[in-house]
Design a protein around this ligand. Structure first.
Ligand SMILES: [Zn+2]
Length: 306
């Protein structure tokens, strides 16, 4: 008698052997989804993602985020790791790209980027804005200068992740380089090189406005080591590219129903928001001119007195 199990058992064993039991032991399904993840994923108090609501957000004077070396073009490797499609190789570049500023202490070097998505357009992003989701979200993962990954996991600021929302539109420019190769990484374990990749293409034209808060990794073990920077401005993804993304398969060889984690409570955390230049003028003008006036006055007084 033909057993339907036999045809599935062999590839599954091969996958588990190749990529490790730990990699196969969590996912986004009923039996292995976020509700079953252990450790900090269950007990942590500064977990990610969150719903970014106005009432939890304060305007804050912070430096812009500097994206250094993001305009370079060089080779990267894209891999289907069974949970998402992750692109790495930036640390091998002549001038490895990094971020600084944005109220970060020091430099954080780009390790990899990956995406989260769902099957339907009304969900997919991990973060929400006022209860609403985008159809996908990009994460650029950066490691603090001088730390190993293990060391970084044990520090409250070991990692800086830049989150970028994706909006469905006509322009496929931001994801064009990787979309060309997505069909090569349909199955877990598939890997492909992208010869000419420019990280800047993944950023919106305006990166001045962003949300900033202290959170965690959104996959097991959910380490509370991440300084989050969520850009307010989305980038675009075409309908065709989103369909390509939705064909990516998980450890079980099935298309991801979704690979985003639900949102978590802030537990007393506040979100800082840096508005773009235009907004800053509009919202901060009265307090800004007052502080400017006080600075000028105190400088003059100091000159008169001393
Ligand atoms: Zn992520």
């Amino acid at each position: 008698m033909h057993s339907p199990l036999s045809s599935f058992t062999i590839p599954l064993i091969l996958l588990v052997q190749s990529y490790g039991v730990s990699a196969a032991s969590w996912g986004y399904g009923y039996n292995d989804g976020p509700q079953t993840w252990k450790g900090d994923c269950q007990t942590g108090l500064r977990q990610t993602p969150i719903d970014i609501r106005t009432m939890d957000t304060d305007y804050a004077l912070m430096d812009r985020v500097n994206f250094i070396g993001y305009d370079q073009v060089d080779e990267v490797t894209m891999q289907n790791n069974g949970h998402t499609v992750a692109t790495a190789g930036f640390t091998e570049w002549k001038n490895p790209p990094y971020v600084s500023g944005g109220a970060l202490q020091g430099k954080y070097f780009l390790q990899q980027f990956h995406l989260h998505w769902g099957k339907k357009d009304h969900e997919g992003s991990e973060h929400k804005i006022g209860g609403l989701s985008y159809p996908a979200e990009l994460h650029l993962v950066h490691l603090k200068e001088g730390l190993t990954i293990t060391e970084a996991m044990n520090k409250s600021d070991g990692l800086a992740v830049v989150g970028v929302f994706l909006n469905i539109a006509e322009s496929g420019e931001p994801l064009a380089a990787m979309a060309d190769k997505l069909d090569d990484v349909i199955y877990a374990g598939n890997e492909t090189d992208i010869d000419r990749f420019r990280p800047r293409s993944l950023l919106p034209s305006v990166t001045d406005a962003f949300y900033r808060y202290e959170g965690s990794l959104t996959t097991p073990g959910c380490s509370e080591a991440v300084q989050w920077i969520v850009l307010a401005e989305p980038i675009t993804i075409t309908r065709k590219q989103l369909d390509q993304l939705r064909k990516i398969r998980n450890m079980e060889g099935e298309e991801h129903e979704k690979n985003f984690r639900p949102t978590f409570p802030l537990n007393g955390r506040r979100i800082r928001f840096r508005p773009a230049q235009y907004d800053r003028l509009r919202f901060c003008s009265s307090s800004y001119s007052l502080s400017f006036f006080i600075t000028v006055l105190s400088t003059l007084l100091a000159k008169i007195i001393f």
